[in-house]
Design a protein. Structure first.
Ligand code: ADP
Length: 213
């Protein structure tokens, strides 16, 4: 099964993508995680990428496409999280999938209002070692600042400040939101409300996907 997951930053894409990956036995490919892993290296290219990411700006399409093409050529069952993020990335993804003879089966789109996103992201902390996420109000770790899963130190992502989140939301509405229409026209879009309880959303998505396949 080949899935794409869409939604603004903080809509719960990562959480749902991990849950669906584990239920259906898919590889969870988060382009944000791939990039964050990469920029731990201290090369000039990585520092340039980090500057763009810390500002909440997008990495140029050409770079993202080369990365995704390499990953997808090695993987046939996946859920793509964070890609495509622009209309041209979506068209290019269709072209890559066509070349590989492996089309995208469904695109999940998670809706959450901007005010809620702002609350979620500015209160979020993440574990750089295992990518687990916490929230100071909604989902605090047992020990403040320490990851429940691996014991690593939690940090606020540099792009989770209020100002940068507003910028990322603006880019999302302008560049990413129109992609849903493309998948709607292809007849493979599944839209869900992302404001409810995470486990319930996962169950609804599993049901919708199982009905489809
Ligand atoms: P978010 O929580 O905002 O969804 P991600 O972890 O998916 O963030 O991505 C973090 C950053 O990585 C983005 O703000 C962007 O700089 C870069 N990035 C990730 N995926 C893409 C992509 N498909 N195209 C361009 N830039 C990307």
């Amino acid at each position: 099964m080949r899935l794409v997951i869409l939604g603004a930053s903080g809509a719960g894409k990562g959480t749902q993508a991990k849950a669906l990956a584990s239920h259906f036995g898919l590889r969870h490919i988060s382009t944000g995680d791939v990039l964050r892993e990469e920029i731990k290296k201290d090369s000039i290219v990585c520092r340039a990428l980090k500057r763009l990411m810390d500002r909440g700006d997008l990495i140029p399409d050409e770079i993202m496409l080369s990365i995704v093409e390499v990953i997808l050529s090695e993987e046939n069952n996946f859920i793509l999280d964070g890609f495509p993020r622009t209309f041209s990335q979506a068209l290019a993804l269709n072209a890559i999938c066509e070349r590989l003879g492996a089309p995208i089966d469904a695109a999940v789109d998670i809706h959450v209002p901007d005010e809620k996103i702002l609350q979620r992201l500015t209160g979020r902390t993440v574990c750089p070692s295992c990518t687990a996420m916490f929230h100071k109000e909604y989902f605090p770790p047992k020990v403040t600042g320490v990851c429940d899963k691996c014991g690593g130190g939690l940090i606020q992502r540099p792009d989770d400040t209020a100002e940068t989140v507003q910028h990322r939301l603006k880019l999302y509405h302008k560049l990413t939101e129109p992609i849903a229409d493309l998948y709607r026209r292809q007849g493979i879009l599944i839209s869900v409300d992302g404001t409810g309880e995470a486990n319930q959303i996962t169950q609804d998505l599993i049901k919708a996907l199982e009905e489809r396949f």
